[in-house]
Every structure is written in structure tokens, then in C-alpha cells.
Design a protein around this ligand. Structure first.
Ligand code: FEO
Length: 390
């Protein structure tokens, strides 16, 4: 398999995971790639590797440029196994190579992953001369693990950003101007929402750390490389990490006999009447990772569940658990819970509690309707939302 030269002497040698459809609960409908980069200089340097199981593809692409035995340095920007999993396979070819990892967490943890290899820790401000080029290390903790770092090459103006700015997007194309822009930006947003939304503060800090650097290329660890649209992805990261929301409502529900569904549709009507775009998601047929992508920029969130065996519907509980894990807690989105019930009706209070745990403001007290909603009750439900929007 062939490497792709992205700049003179710098090659993409990553692998494409066409069939990846689930990344820790995140539905990856377009697959992914694990991007590694080979720099040919006085010291041959490999930036990141690939997910375990893809060593043949990685080594084959490296071998299309150079004998892997000649690699001097391996930069481990992030210890998660989708990027570091092939370190042992590469080290078998170049056992004397030096592996650079971020201090303190990378250096502390990497032996537990890969045993006793040649590790060296780097910290903020450290740089490594590889001949005609320099590599500067920029720790970006929690983007996406405590050990995560960017590596910047000033002579080439390339930021090797690992998870930052990435997308789960398998493609034969490598650069942003070669794929559909809207698809690319949607996948970048989905990636941010499902992987990094919780870490908005850290993303903002990382943006600040690179704000003064001239950047011509962002060579991501997943998906497409940014070149033409570097400014656009940085602008969107600023927006997403600031947690600013738009006048937009997301209504999410499950329903057994359509009563909670009917309530959900009347809530949509209320927002629509106020010219606020609203999106309705039935959890039976929509995936949670698509819904949180929409929630990233939404101001209003309503969640509905009937009561099943004294609890929320499992789909609703699962969605709220996923959302709670990702939710930034400092800027409350406006939310409320609703649902129909037959007798106990505990699910609606449970959903409200989970929305509070997400850090959302309870904008309207939980709305419960017994059995099948009457026209009068539906009118009242809609009016409750309309009054809050007035
Ligand atoms: Fe792509 Fe956090 O690994």
C-alpha cells in the first residue's frame, strides 16, 4: 500500500478502517481512519501509529517510502490504542527507536500498555531537532486523555493534532478540499460532540496554545487533513468549546402507545409557532450519537418517557446516561421532562433528575399526563411551552 506525500518529505502512512461502525457507543456510519505521518529527515520520525490489528497496512505504507528499520523516533501524541496500538509492531522493526510521550501521564502509563521500551517524556516547551526540522510539543490534556498532546513543526507550519479537529470519516481522499465540505464539517461536529464536548475548557485552552502559531496544515489523527479550511475548523472549535447555543430545540422521546409521542409533537408545534427550529427524535429509530451532535448547539432540550416497570424506558435511560457523560456542566441549556403514564408515572421525575445531573436548567417543571392525552391537556401542554417562550 502506498503512502501519500502531504508536503515534501512528509507522508501520510495511516490506515483506513472502512468498516468501523461503533466507537465506544458512538455510531461511526462513515468508518474512520487512524492517521500516522512519516517525516523523512536526518532522523526518520513517525508521528503516531494505528489501531492494533492494522499493523500490516501501516507497515506497508511506511515501507513504500522507507525501510521501517530506519525509523529513529516515534512520537506518541496520545496513548489511546487507536493511535498507539501498533507501537509494538513498529518497534519490532526498529527496536532502537526512541518513543516520545507526554509527561507526566503518557510516560507514567505507557509501560503498562507496551512494556519496557525506549520511552522519553516531553513537556510543554520541549522541542526535538530532527535535522532540517524541529518538532515542538504542546500538551493538550483531556483532548482526549490526560496524556494527549499536539506536535507542531514550525518549518512546515504543520500541526499534528491527533484527536483534536478529527473526524470519523473513512475516505480515499486525504485533504479537505477533496471531499464534500458539509459532510466533512458535520463529521467534525459529530466527533467533537461525542468525544470532546465534556472537555470544552480544555479545548479552549488548546486553541489558545496554538492561536499564535502559523498553521498551514492540521494533520489530524482521524479522517481528513485540514488545509484549505484550517480557519473554518478552528472557528468552529472556538464556537463549540465556548458552549454557545442557538435558538433551536431538540425533543427526544420514546413511547409505548403513542401518548408520549403525541405530547412530543405538540411541544414541537409550540417551538415551531415561535419560529424556533425544532427537531424530533424517536429513540427507537435514532441513534444517541446523532442526537448529541444536534444537542451540541441547541438551547432547548425536552426529553419524554412513559413509565415502564417503575422506570424510564431503557432507551431514554441509556440516552440520558450518554448525554450526562458528555455534558459540559457550566452553561445550562434549558430543559424539561415530559411523558404519559398509566399508574406510577415515576419516569418523568427520573428524567428530570437526569437532566439536572446533565447540568441543564430545568426550564419547565416536569409535565405528566395520565393515560391518553385529551385535546384539552395537549392544548395546555403547548400553551405552557408557548408562555415560557413569550
Ligand atoms: Fe482517537 Fe482518544 O483516540
Amino acid at each position: 500500500m502506498q503512502a501519500v506525500e502531504i508536503k515534501k518529505g512528509i507522508y501520510w502512512v495511516g490506515v483506513i478502517d472502512w468498516n468501523l461502525r461503533n466507537f465506544h457507543g458512538y455510531r461511526t456510519g462513515r468508518g474512520s481512519s487512524y492517521n500516522a505521518y512519516l517525516i523523512i529527515d536526518e532522523k526518520i520520525t513517525l508521528i503516531d501509529t494505528a489501531k492494533v490489528g492494522f499493523k500490516n497496512e501501516l507497515l506497508s505504507r511506511i515501507s513504500s517510502v522507507i525501510d521501517p528499520a530506519k525509523i529513529d523516533y516515534i512520537i506518541c501524541n496520545h496513548l489511546e490504542q487507536d493511535h498507539s496500538g501498533c507501537i509494538p509492531a513498529v518497534m519490532e522493526k526498529c527496536p532502537n527507536a526512541q518513543i516520545y510521550t507526554c509527561m507526566p501521564n503518557g510516560l507514567k502509563n505507557i509501560p503498562k500498555f507496551y512494556g519496557d521500551l525506549n520511552y522519553k517524556g516531553v513537556k510543554a516547551g520541549d522541542s526535538l531537532n530532527i535535522g532540517s526540522r524541529t518538532l515542538r510539543f504542546i500538551p493538550v490534556p483531556m483532548l482526549h486523555w490526560p496524556d494527549s498532546m499536539f506536535t507542531y513543526c514550525p518549518e512546515e507550519k504543520i500541526l499534528f493534532s491527533n484527536d483534536g479537529f478529527g473526524q470519523h470519516f473513512a475516505a480515499t481522499e486525504r485533504f479537505d478540499n477533496e471531499v464534500n465540505f458539509n459532510t466533512l464539517m458535520y463529521e467534525a461536529k459529530k466527533y467533537y460532540a461525542n468525544i470532546l464536548m465534556l472537555y470544552g475548557h480544555q479545548a479552549a485552552t488548546a486553541l489558545k496554545a496554538v492561536s499564535t502559531l502559523p498553521i498551514d496544515i492540521i494533520a489530524t489523527g482521524h479522517g481528513i487533513i485540514w488545509h484549505k479550511y484550517v480557519d473554518k475548523i478552528i472557528d468552529n472549535y472556538k464556537k463549540w468549546s465556548s458552549n454557545d447555543t442557538e435558538e433551536k430545540a431538540i425533543i427526544v422521546y420514546d413511547s409505548m402507545w403513542h401518548s408520549t409521542e403525541t405530547m412530543a409533537k405538540y411541544i414541537v408545534e409550540a417551538f415551531s409557532q415561535k419560529k424556533i427550529p425544532a427537531q424530533l427524535y424517536d429513540l427507537k429509530i435514532n441513534h444517541i450519537s446523532d442526537i448529541v451532535t444536534d444537542i451540541l448547539t441547541a438551547k432547548y432540550i425536552a426529553v419524554g418517557s412513559p413509565t415502564l416497570n417503575n422506570n424510564m424506558m431503557p432507551t431514554v435511560a441509556s440516552f440520558l446516561c450518554y448525554l450526562k457523560g458528555l455534558s459540559p456542566k457550566d452553561k445550562g441549556r434549558l430543559s424539561f421532562a415530559f411523558g404519559s403514564y398509566g399508574w406510577g408515572g415515576q419516569s418523568i421525575a427520573q428524567a428530570e433528575d437526569e437532566l439536572k445531573a446533565c447540568g441543564f436548567t430545568i426550564w419547565i417543571d416536569k409535565i405528566r399526563i395520565k393515560n391518553i392525552p385529551s385535546n384539552e391537556e395537549l392544548k395546555q401542554l403547548k400553551n405552557t411551552v408557548l408562555e415560557k417562550l413569550s
